[in-house]
Design a protein around this ligand. Structure first.
Ligand code: NAP
Length: 310
């Protein structure tokens, strides 16, 4: 174990983690930022064009935005580690963290920015056929579905974005939504609805994924009259939202009923002294790149204040 006691360790990248890094580094706190071994950059690495991040008149690609934030954090002296934190002990005055390579770190404060993970429908065959036609990432896997008929489940912005992107490859994309109204923002819903390659299947639940070793179709149930049917598809993209990534902190920090970290008022302070949380890990409501970045900034300022009081 290194005997050095760091001022602040940031766990997680994405707009929240990198922004926390930029602010903490500029405050001379010499932050160590664990980016994650496979998830570095967070959810925006799996997205295409971000049109609503202020400052980019013509939009910016999600991975490019993350790369810029990463470089900016590094430029001010954030130490970036492309590894996971696999264990954390957060309740003492000195926090102890263990990374994926077995290194143990000590810190006076910790900023949690682990984000969220894709939600699954929860079907046995969804898991079994994952990577064999079932996917959570159109930008990663869309290419494999050239000239095919594929389904996207969900009615939010993610589903609209995935469906619209997938029309580049697929001959047809069917959006399957459990209600008859979309949750998506107007602009994204209208764009998808105006796309001639996208069909909407309303009031429909996916109740099974069919196929022996790759997806061949879906079993569907009408949520109004309960009728069941089957339809052929060679791919299923699941875009039904996210769940907070709280595995490492469950049991040691206060979470709300849905598993998001509870923070004090408008701050990023958790119930544990010296532990701050930001980004999708705390946010039920907004979950935007810009709000995540903003809360990363708050977390760094809260940590800085806390450390000054020590
Ligand atoms: P979301 O807004 O929570 O929408 C999830 C959708 O999936 C809803 O339509 C929901 O149906 C449906 N759903 C949830 N659980 C389901 C289940 N078990 N079975 C079937 N359907 C289910 O999630 P999101 O679309 O991932 O968006 C999350 C946040 O990211 C939002 O704030 C969004 O604005 C933001 N986002 C922004 C952009 C962008 O601006 N470029 C792109 C992507 C995401 P109900 O509607 O019936 O609840």
């Amino acid at each position: 174990m290194s005997e050095k006691i760091h001022e602040v360790v940031i766990v997680g990248s994405g707009p929240a983690g990198y922004t926390a890094g930029i602010y903490a580094a500029r405050a001379q706190l010499e932050p160590i930022l664990y980016e994650g071994s496979v998830t570095a950059g967070g959810a925006l690495m799996n997205t295409t064009e971000v049109e609503n991040f202020p400052g980019f008149t013509d939009g910016v690609m999600g991975p490019d935005l993350m790369d810029s934030m990463r470089k900016q954090a590094k430029r001010f002296g954030t130490t970036l580690v492309t590894d996971d934190i696999v264990e954390m002990s957060l309740d003492g005055e000195i926090k102890v963290l263990v990374d994926g390579s077995g290194n143990t770190l000590k810190a006076k404060s910790v900023i949690l920015a682990t984000g969220s993970a894709y939600k699954e429908i929860g079907l046995e065959n969804e898991k079994r056929l994952s990577g064999r036609g079932v996917s959570w990432c159109a930008t990663c896997d869309g290419f494999f579905f050239r000239e095919q008929v594929i389904a996207v489940v969900g009615g939010g912005d993610s589903a609209m974005e995935e469906a619209t992107f997938l029309t580049k490859f697929a001959s047809k994309v069917v959006v399957i939504h459990r209600r008859d109204t979309l949750r998506a923002s107007k602009i994204m819903a209208e764009r998808a609805q105006a796309n001639p390659k996208i069909e909407f299947l309303w009031n429909t639940d996916v109740i099974d994924v069919l196929g022996a070793d790759k997806v061949t179709g879906l079993k569907l149930r009408n949520t109004v009259d309960g009728t069941e049917s089957e339809r052929d598809f060679t791919g299923l993209f699941v875009a039904i939202g996210h769940l907070p990534r709280n595995e490492l902190i469950k049991g040691q920090i206060e979470l709300d009923a849905e598993g998001y970290v509870k923070v004090e008022g408008r701050s990023t302070r958790t119930n544990l002294k010296g532990v701050f949380a930001c980004g999708d890990l705390v946010d039920h409501t907004y979950r935007q790149a810009i709000t995540a970045a903003g809360s990363g900034c708050q977390a760094a300022l809260d940590a800085q204040n806390f450390l000054m009081g020590h």
